[in-house]
Design a protein around this ligand. Structure first.
Ligand code: ADP
Ligand code: MN
Length: 174
């Protein structure tokens, strides 16, 4: 395992609405890590192959995204925020956080965001069937995959505190 980076890379994943962006933003406030929101990056740098009308989102070009990130990830000190995790190189991450939210709470968050129909159903099913937890466990060593509950503000505060401590204590391997 190559570990020349001086700071850790954290992947924050989970179903849309579980609190990835809010948690990552709070974590940036508390640490000297850099927030990389993959959705924003894809939009800003056109790292996609057009728009998927059915899923109502960009068709992300995974190769372009990985090329774009490689240098920063080698450097370390990144919090990557995305609702997918199976296409990043395994060696990039020291910790893979999977945020999870109770169904009724998530339902309210997604409807508040304006999600309806298939988009709402798909995302609810994604959470019910723990798709991201499975994907994370299949893509990374199980001992770096950390499921964290994200139902309440207290949960979020606790998660940010835990991850801040973890990042501060992280040591590069030599
Ligand atoms: P994601 O980036 O995973 O799609 P967001 O961070 O955008 O999720 O959060 C979606 C909404 O839910 C936001 O309005 C946010 O304030 C709220 N939220 C997220 N996590 C929590 C939490 N743990 N407790 C209360 N509200 C939360
Ligand atoms: Mn987000």
């Amino acid at each position: 395992m190559s570990q020349s980076r001086k700071k850790p890379n954290i992947l924050v994943t989970g179903t849309p609405g579980t609190g990835k962006t809010t948690t990552a933003s709070a974590l940036v406030e508390a640490t000297s890590l850099r927030h990389i929101n993959i959705g924003d990056l894809v939009r800003e740098r056109n790292l996609h192959d057009g728009w998927d009308d059915q899923l109502d989102c960009h068709i992300i070009n995974e190769d372009l995204v990985c090329d774009e990130l490689e240098e920063m990830m080698e450097e370390g000190g990144n919090i990557v925020d995305y609702h997918g995790c199976d296409f990043f190189p395994e060696r990039w991450f020291d910790c893979v956080v999977v945020l999870q939210t109770e169904n009724s709470v998530l339902y309210d968050r997604l409807t508040k965001r304006g999600y309806t129909g298939a988009k709402l159903t798909n995302n609810m099913e994604c959470e019910i069937f723990q798709v991201l937890l499975e994907e994370a466990k299949n893509s990374y060593s199980e001992d770096i995959v950390v499921p964290l509950r994200s139902d309440t503000i207290d949960d979020m505060d606790r998660n940010v505190a835990t991850l801040t401590d973890w990042a501060r204590n992280w040591q590069p391997r030599c």
